[in-house]
Design a binder for this molecule. Structure first.
Ligand SMILES: Nc1ncnc2c1ncn2[C@@H]1O[C@H](COP(=O)(O)OP(=O)(O)O)[C@@H](O)[C@H]1O
Ligand SMILES: [Mg+2]
Length: 274
């Protein structure tokens, strides 16, 4: 009999309550190995909280989380990382006083667990350097290797952050709003970068930009008020009336409102010029 490969990531009826408030209200999700999943939903739906639960920053109030067939809910972030999960943060999370190369070296060494043994650290140093350089090339920052993270452009910092996330070769990657704050052309380049560096891995990504979501995701999970109301291919999610009502409708309305604000701002700016 064939035994199915374990799911890369599985949430079983996960709940999270902060004080009196239920933020995650019975979320279940099954992500197959190698799948790219976008998690979308209105602000405050609980997307970052869900990431915090998966990566071990906080423990669920109830329910189970499984990573590659191993139960991880309640474990510490470092142990979950060692079991094969890496995450990036919505807010940039780099060592600003270290160079590009050193940020990547730290990420590789940290994922090798060097903190446990100085001798292992020395033995791994050569491999770690090679891996750090390889990642630096992949993210297109090889010409910026000595530049301090603080002195990189915003888009370069985000690229470095992706590099830090993949440096340890974790098979499952969580990215929280990787293209936030980027312009259109940077975003397009970034989508390509994410595709390349996550090839063959499992990706769960929070993303607001619908262009990125539909360009990158094999499946979309829609989280509304702490519950997943749809989990399907992009075409099916787009056509799902519940999703349109609960979320995509607002996203379109938001985009229209933003365009109006931009138009007004431009008019005001022109008024000022004259
Ligand atoms: N540590 C916390 N303590 C209390 N409330 C929290 C905490 N983290 C998140 N929340 C609340 O949970 C809700 C969901 O937040 P979040 O997961 O950041 O949403 P999203 O990422 O979807 O915008 C918000 O109402 C937020 O205020
Ligand atoms: Mg968030």
């Amino acid at each position: 009999m064939l035994t199915a490969a374990p799911l890369a990531l599985e949430l079983r009826n996960v709940h999270k309550r902060f004080g009196q408030t239920d933020i995650i209200r019975g979320t279940s999700l099954a992500v197959a190995s190698g799948e790219r999943v976008a998690l979308i939903g209105p602000n405050g739906a609980g997307k970052s909280t869900l990431f915090n639960l998966i990566s071990g920053r906080c423990a669920p109030s109830s329910g189970q989380i499984w990573l590659n067939g191993q139960r991880i809910d309640g474990k510490k972030p470092f142990d979950i990382h060692r079991l094969g999960l890496a995450r990036s943060f919505q807010i940039t999370h780099l060592f600003s006083g270290l160079s590009v190369l050193d940020n990547l070296r730290c990420a590789v060494l940290w994922s090798l667990g060097y903190r446990y043994s100085f001798w292992r650290f020395l033995a791994n140093l050569h491999d770690a350097n090679a891996r750090a350089r390889q990642v630096m090339e992949q993210i297109g920052l090889d010409t910026r290797q000595g530049v301090l993270a603080a002195h990189l452009t915003y888009a370069e910092q985000r690229a470095l952050e992706i590099g830090v996330s993949i440096a340890g070769n974790a098979p499952v990657i969580l990215l929280d709003e990787p293209t936030a704050g980027m312009g259109r052309s940077e975003t397009t380049r970034f989508v390509q970068l994410i595709k390349e560096v996550t090839a063959g891995r499992t990706l769960l990504m929070v993303e607001h930009d619908m262009g990125v979501v539909f360009g990158l995701a094999d499946k979309i999970a829609v989280l509304v008020y702490g519950q997943i109301i749809a989990f399907d291919t992009p075409d099916k999610v787009r056509a799902n009336p519940r999703v349109q009502e609960a979320y995509l409708g607002c996203a379109v309305a938001d985009a229209q409102a933003q365009t109006q604000v931009q138009a007004q701002t431009q008019v005001q700016a022109q008024d000022k010029d004259y």
